[in-house]
Design a protein around this ligand. Sequence first.
Ligand SMILES: C[S@@+](CC[C@H](N)C(=O)[O-])C[C@H]1O[C@@H](n2cnc3c(N)ncnc32)[C@H](O)[C@@H]1O
Length: 249
Amino acid sequence: MITGITSETSASPGAPVPTAARQVERSQMVMEQLLPRGIRDPGVLQAMGAVPRHCFVPQAYQEHAYQDYPLSIGLGQTISQPYVVAAMTELLQRQPDPVVLEIGTGSGYQAAVLARLVHQVYSIEIVPALAMRAAALLQALGYQNVKVICGDGFGGLPEQAPFDGIIVTAAPKTIPAPLLQQLKIGGRLVIPVGELFQELKVVERTEHDLVTRTAFDVLFVPMTGEAQAQRPTPTAPPPTVKGCAPTGR
Ligand SMILES: C[S@@+](CC[C@H](N)C(=O)[O-])C[C@H]1O[C@@H](n2cnc3c(N)ncnc32)[C@H](O)[C@@H]1O
């Protein structure tokens, strides 16, 4: 039993919401929030239409689980807006049988979406209570290809590197160098970067370079731990990153 998280109950005690009704809400979310904004990858659309997002939010917010906004998951953290989860997943651009790393497990929802699309997900969460809750929930829901690790994701996961994709769901001030080092050739890092003003960056490792572009503006919780000791370097990007797009609005 996972406290505060149930699979098929509404916010009002004793009033279960049928699975079919949740499925309708998920289909509406795909039709009204994802397709009109340009999410096209059939696998991503299918995963978003299948993962029971309401299971990943506190019971009091389950009625809002499929709405077009982020929600609190407690402990000062959030589950991202469905569109942002879908867009970041699509930006990873999957390789055959990929192994991906997520930094910022939170509720476990993004990891569950990834789990339907890739061979193996490693997900690191710095808050122990969140890591434990997400691991238990993912296991209860049958996601056997997700491994949740409690710790600071700033250094990535060298023992399982390199990765086909790395997705970061908390914003550092600058891109942590270890994450760049742990990308395979052809692999992508999708990461929000900044403080009050943040942009979603996509870094691709080519045979000779790291090529960075900006996808869109975002607002994530800050990456804590070692990332908070980072100082932005406005005059020069890290030496290994080439092709950075301008960062102005
Ligand atoms: C926006 S929430 C993540 C949402 C999550 N992906 C989901 O699907 O629910 C950001 C998460 O990143 C975690 N986080 C922040 N800094 C971190 C770090 N250095 N290493 C690992 N996790 C971190 C936070 O504790 C929080 O749970």
